[in-house]
Design a protein around this ligand. Structure first.
Ligand code: NAD
Length: 560
């Protein structure tokens, strides 16, 4: 079989709205009920074999601690070694597959997820990671489908890159998958990120050891099963949920470690990079390191900003998925005169956000991921309140254990369902000091800090926004005045890898807004772009001489 095959034209998966009465809503509700009523036993999957370490951990729902969704077997050193060593043959075989066959597996997975698997992956994400139906839909279903459809097209685009040939010579580029294996380490907050981090290197032809977050094992397991069912051969991706340190030691300590596909916190990525540096002489190749990490994303409003658009961007940008998006808006700069007009309506809208179980579709916000996140976020709110010059003007914290256990006696009543979970009310901190802790640190929860700056100090505020945080992930400017937009774009050029004009800084779409940041936010290898495939290939240049010289002497050497 031969031909210059073309993959189907990619398109973004349409987002279902789950409105009352819609068939997708009924199907998803039924799936939520089914999944809530069963206990799944999740193994590691190595070389296609289910491996149960016996070190059992519960799969919990952050919004309802009484709900047991199953257990997972926590892998350690032994399982990681088995994955690194045992899947070599499978990796070699996969790398030799024709690219169109590899791509077909991912295109098939995309079609299955777009239809029969959609509610399964959405329900797993809603229950295991506490996401509402819409947040899950744009992540687990649509973004994963988009990554696979566009990934196929990106690979085709890379393969088309071929060099010129001069007379009598044929030059070619062999786009080889990296030698060895890629270690994919994914965070809890997006199911699609795990699907992408494990999926793109595999699509490019690499073998992958995938370690999902312990908080996303359920959705990760279903993602693996989707790929398996779509025809991914055993051992191409080994699914190894487990002890991060033990698995990392085994992966990064191995000579065949060829690349790191990481998304998570800045601190962990730096530690992985340090380990790679320490081990550099052990490796067969210089490993490719891709890391998308933390953010402290800003919205900067000019005095010409539209009030309604700004308010909506803050509410959606800061509080959707409880602010647990790397792109979430978490510091806002508003001129004082505008803040006086915005504050009351923003506070009222925030206080009105319904919170609770994602299975109740009326809820806009759900629970934060675990006890550690809950305590950390509460600490930030408490310190902001206790410090000089900062006030909590909306929200606060509560545990929603039926009887509201709020830290603050004046906290607004919770509208949550009464189940026990890690609930934190969407919180607005008003800060006089633009350098205070909650304007600088990544909190990764439903907390946004607003600094009202003196009117007329636009340029100074832009410089402040640029220098306040070490990150450079996302940011937005709100202004009607075009020169203000221009100035913001120039001053904040390196402050965000994804920059928005009159829009919230979240919700990047594959193929449309390639995602990633620089500075402490990552290597900016842009998920959802051609780079996400290119990174896992190592080209071989081929020169074939069609008419090789037969005499070593050059013409200039001839007698006068
Ligand atoms: P995390 O850093 O705690 O965990 C990420 C992954 O690293 C998990 O699989 C975890 O098990 C693993 N890990 C943790 N400690 C480790 C260690 N010592 N050695 C090896 N692996 C280790 O992050 P998280 O809480 O899952 O996710 C939130 C973070 O991810 C935030 O900082 C957020 O900004 C970031 N994030 C960034 C992007 C982006 O595209 N820039 C996207 C999503 C999340």
């Amino acid at each position: 079989m031969a031909g210059n095959f073309r993959v189907p034209e990619p398109f973004n998966e349409p987002v279902f709205d789950y409105a009352p009465g819609s068939p997708e809503r009924a199907e998803l509700k039924a799936e939520l009920e089914r999944m809530s009523g069963e206990e799944v036993d999740i193994p590691a999957i190595i070389g296609g074999q289910e491996v149960r370490s016996g070190n059992i951990q519960p799969v919990c729902a952050p919004h309802d601690l009484s709900l047991r969704l199953g257990v997972w077997h926590c892998a350690g050193t032994e399982e990681a070694r088995r994955a690194v060593e045992g899947s070599r043959e499978a990796r070699r075989e996969w790398a030799s597959w024709p690219w169109e066959d590899r791509v077909a597996v991912f295109l098939r997975a995309a079609e299955m997820l777009s239809s029969s698997w959609r509610s399964r992956l959405n329900a797993a994400t809603m229950l295991g990671q506490s996401k509402n139906a819409f947040q899950s839909e744009i992540d687990a279903a649509c973004e994963t489908v988009d990554f696979y459809r566009y990934g196929a097209a990106f690979l085709e685009e890379v393969l088309e890159q071929q060099p010129h040939s001069s007379d009598g010579v044929w030059n070619r580029t062999d786009h080889r998958p990296l030698e060895g294996f890629v270690y994919a380490v994914s965070p809890f907050n997006f199911t699609a990120i795990g699907a992408n981090l494990a999926g793109m290197p595999a699509l490019a032809g690499c073998g992958v050891l995938w370690k999902p977050s312990k908080h996303a094992v359920l959705s990760g397991y279903h993602t693996y099963k989707l790929l398996e069912e779509a025809g991914l051969p055993p051992g191409v991706i080994d699914f190894v949920p487990g002890d991060p340190r033990e698995i990392t030691d085994a992966a990064l300590g191995h000579p065949e470690f060829g690349g790191l596909a990481f998304t998570g916190s800045t601190e962990v990525f730096r530690s992985l990079w340090t380990t790679v540096g320490r081990n550099i002489a052990r490796y067969r190749s210089y490993p490719r390191l891709v890391g998308e990490t933390g953010g402290k994303n800003f919205i900067v409003a000019h005095e010409s900003a539209g009030l309604d658009a700004l308010r909506t961007a803050i509410v959606r940008g800061a509080f959707e998925y409880q602010g647990q998006k790397c792109s979430a808006a978490s510091r806002v700069y508003v001129p004082k005169s505008l803040w006086r007009r915005l504050k009351d309506s923003l506070v009222a809208e925030t206080e009105g956000l319904a919170m609770g179980d994602p299975a109740d579709f009326r809820n806009f916000v759900n629970a934060v991921i675990d006890r550690g996140a809950f305590d950390k976020i509460r600490g930030y709110v408490a310190r902001a309140e206790a410090g000089d010059g900062a006030r909590v003007v909306a929200g606060g914290t509560c545990t929603c254990s039926g009887s509201r256990a709020a830290d603050r006696t004046d906290a607004p009543a919770c509208t949550c369902t009464g189940k026990e979970g890690f609930f934190i009310r969407p919180t607005i901190v008003e800060a006089d000091d633009p350098g205070c802790e909650s304007m600088c640190d990544e909190i990764f929860g439903p907390v946004v800090t607003v600094h009202a700056y003196p009117d007329g100090k636009w340029s100074e505020t832009l410089a402040l926004a640029d220098s306040t945080s070490p990150y450079g992930l996302t940011g937005a400017v709100f202004a009607r005045d075009r020169s203000a937009v221009q100035e913001a774009m120039a001053t904040l050029r390196y402050a965000a890898g994804n920059f928005y004009v009159n829009d919230k800084p979240t919700g990047a779409v594959v193929g449309q807004q390639p995602f990633g940041g620089g500075r402490a936010s990552g290597t900016n290898d842009k998920a959802g772009s051609i780079l996400s495939v290119l990174k896992w290939l190592t080209p071989r240049t081929l020169k074939e001489n069609l008419n090789p010289p037969r005499d070593f002497r050059y013409p200039f050497m001839a007698e006068e």
